[in-house]
Design a protein around this ligand. Sequence first.
Ligand code: SF4
Length: 240
Amino acid sequence: MRTSEKTRKLRQLLLEWYALHKPDLPWRARREPYEIWISEIMLQQTRVQTVLPYYERFLRRFPTVRALAEAKEPEVISLWAGLGYYSRARNLHRAAKLIGERYQWNFPEKLAEIIELPGVGRYTAGAIASIAFNEPVPIVDGNVRRVISRLHGTESRPPEAYFWKTAKEWIPDGRAAEFNQAVMELGAVVCTPATPLCLKCPVRSLCEARKRGIQDKIPVRRAIPEARAVRLVMLVVEGK
Ligand code: SF4
């Protein structure tokens, strides 16, 4: 499929912006798949600031997949204590063992392999494959959905497949790692849910929602179904 001029411009503007605004986070500084995996799992239900000390401690104690696999589960859990959702720690431990058995301690490189690890869904697999290995696969979370919806001026609620397809089409050749992070970062710090900072936005000239002045109405919220009155008819049968 041919790339439109608008998509080319979007890629260029976002990549230039991200080069200047890359967040100073330990898991963004390096592209080790193991480290990206740990950070993505920790960030699944937990805020960045909370994750930071846990992440540093966890990697100090388990610097490699092998070190994690060879630890006893209670120790892995104890380093997770306070982060909640302990199934994440158990799945990390199980997945580390699996990487040893199946890939001789080499982190799997393809999305199709990564997604088979316990506790890894489409989003996390896409993050590891694209950020660590530059595989041109999309990542879609709430931030990315919001950026796509606003840039396209989408006033309906499209199916989930629409976001994955758009995010995939946007990825420039050979730049999946930076580009995916750029879209997520834009959604996290500029195209924020309540009041997007459009004047600071690198892609404002391409934004349909801004053009129509409807940024704060997009993405549209799911309609709350009206309460329905339910009439109950009771039949009482008396025995003799
Ligand atoms: Fe979001 Fe505003 Fe940028 Fe559009 S111009 S993508 S609404 S921050």
